[in-house]
Design a protein around this ligand. Structure first.
Ligand SMILES: [Fe+2]
Ligand SMILES: [Fe+2]
Length: 172
């Protein structure tokens, strides 16, 4: 979808920009051959994916939970679980393992599909639901949370502890 307005702190604009950045990092991961390049690209994908998914689950989804968004949010949480499990598998693999390439490709496909779902079925509803002032507050809160997670170091490790079940849908 087209971002509603070119306001970088708008939560929806911010999440769409993070999708494009993640897709770029995933292309780099899938294109990498050497073990150290693969490992480095995977860590970058893992950290960015973690920052994105964690703020969606802790900040964004609860703020936008409503009757009109519930089913897409529940499906999104299941898609997040699948992404976390794939990432966990990849981080446990030797980058030269023959399954590394195919698994990285599946992670790329699932991420792209998930981004499409959010951009087509969730974000347009959020734009109708929340006035821009609210989306700006939300965007700033998301940035603060991401800064905190970054300072803790290796955000990807937090995702690896969340592979048992999908996070429950909370509402503010
Ligand atoms: Fe998501
Ligand atoms: Fe997202």
């Amino acid at each position: 979808m087209e971002p509603p307005r070119p306001e970088p702190d708008d939560a929806v604009v911010m999440l769409v920009a993070q999708h494009r950045r993640l897709e770029e990092l995933l292309r780099r991961l899938v294109g990498a051959d050497a073990a150290d390049t693969r490992r480095e690209a995977l860590h970058e994908v893992g950290d960015e994916l973690a920052l994105h998914v964690i703020v969606e689950e802790r900040v964004f989804y609860p703020a936008v939970a409503a009757a009109s968004t519930e089913s897409v949010l529940l499906e999104s949480l299941e898609e997040h679980l699948s992404l976390k499990r794939l990432l966990d598998d990849l981080l446990a693999l030797d980058p030269q393992d023959p399954t590394f390439g195919p698994k990285a490709h599946v992670l790329q496909e699932q991420c792209e599909h998930h981004h499409e779902e959010e951009e087509e079925h969730l974000f347009p509803k959020v734009v109708l639901l929340l006035p821009q002032a609210h989306r700006l507050d939300l965007g700033r809160e998301m940035l603060r949370e991401q800064g905190r997670l970054r300072r803790e170091g290796a955000p990807r490790e937090a995702l690896r502890r969340q592979t048992d079940a999908a996070e429950p849908l909370r509402s503010d």
